[in-house]
Design a protein around this ligand. Sequence first.
Ligand SMILES: NC(=O)c1ccc[n+]([C@@H]2O[C@H](COP(=O)([O-])OP(=O)(O)OC[C@H]3O[C@@H](n4cnc5c(N)ncnc54)[C@H](OP(=O)(O)O)[C@@H]3O)[C@@H](O)[C@H]2O)c1
Length: 338
Amino acid sequence: MPETLPGTAREIRLAEVSSGLPGPEHLIVAEVPLPVPGAGEVLVRNRWFQVFPSLRTLIAGGVPGTPFPPLRPGDTLFGPAVGEVVTAPHNDDPRPGDLVAHFQGWREYAVVPASAPLGDSLPDPAAHLAPGATAYAALTRIAGLRAGETVLVTGGAGGLGSLAGQIARLLGAARVIGTTGSSAKAERMIAELGYDAVVLRDGSPIGGRLAETAPEGVDVVVDTVGGEQLQAAVAVARPGARLVVVGTLATQLSAASGGTTAPVELDAFQLIAKNVTLRGLVGVDDETRAEWTERFGSWLRSGAATFPHTRISGIDNAPRALRELFEGRHVGTVVVEL
Ligand SMILES: NC(=O)c1ccc[n+]([C@@H]2O[C@H](COP(=O)([O-])OP(=O)(O)OC[C@H]3O[C@@H](n4cnc5c(N)ncnc54)[C@H](OP(=O)(O)O)[C@@H]3O)[C@@H](O)[C@H]2O)c1
């Protein structure tokens, strides 16, 4: 018997734009009529969605040229989500009961374009929310990591970084170094996430401590932080090092910054003298994403890798989850479970 659907559903909207970091006081839980799918669309009940740091940038006005539009007061927040199809007004995939990935998180129900079901490609469907494809693309496609090399991952306990360390280890890195903001996270990074050494972001300059931790330099950098940590990475880069800039957490999550620019002063002599390659990365092509999902699934099943994440239950707690992400309370991807 077809299930009875509610007439309304809840979603999280931006109430107002703050000058510093947005918090629960700037968001509201709105009750809205259940959306109705049109041609080529399906209605899904969201099961999990990711709380991601780019929301700070989007609420602050966004960055032209990046994939996501800015958020304005009254808009519903969005982001990676996995939902269960409840009505599909056609005979193709996906069918009711299938799980699909989409970008309409932060709401209980969403109308999304029909897409292939996720199937059992990953043993835990919530693991589709991990930003591992970007880490994998940075290490394999952009940096071309070779076995025996030394890798630095800034923000190594975050959603992306907690996978980058494990991937680097599995691809044969000889030494994996990370940075993080707390010693408790550093312990977990070494015990569980493939890191050999961790340098703490503790308010004092990080460059000297990173140089002591990597006395022979680093070959590959996955930088999710920018700022002082990118400067330090350039300083410890070995000749021929490849640096991939994927994030800007130092300014993105700073209340003092506007959140939409991430200026950093680099020593160009170091780049030239050491033949350093410095590349940005945004988005992952379909082929690389499919390869990542296949490898991630087999690593998860064999126990070679984990999906580090924190689950926070209930849409009412989603605004608090955003604040906790900004405060650096959690290791790995922050997921709201509905
Ligand atoms: N280019 C792409 O295609 C792509 C894809 C995904 C994500 N990204 C970007 O990559 C970055 C990381 O994403 P994520 O999802 O993995 O985020 P995340 O690391 O989970 O973000 C939260 C973490 O940021 C760290 N943090 C907070 N304030 C900081 C500060 N002032 N300086 C340095 N670190 C700070 C904290 O970790 P610690 O306590 O460990 O310091 C906190 O736990 C973000 O900038 C994101 O926008 C880019």
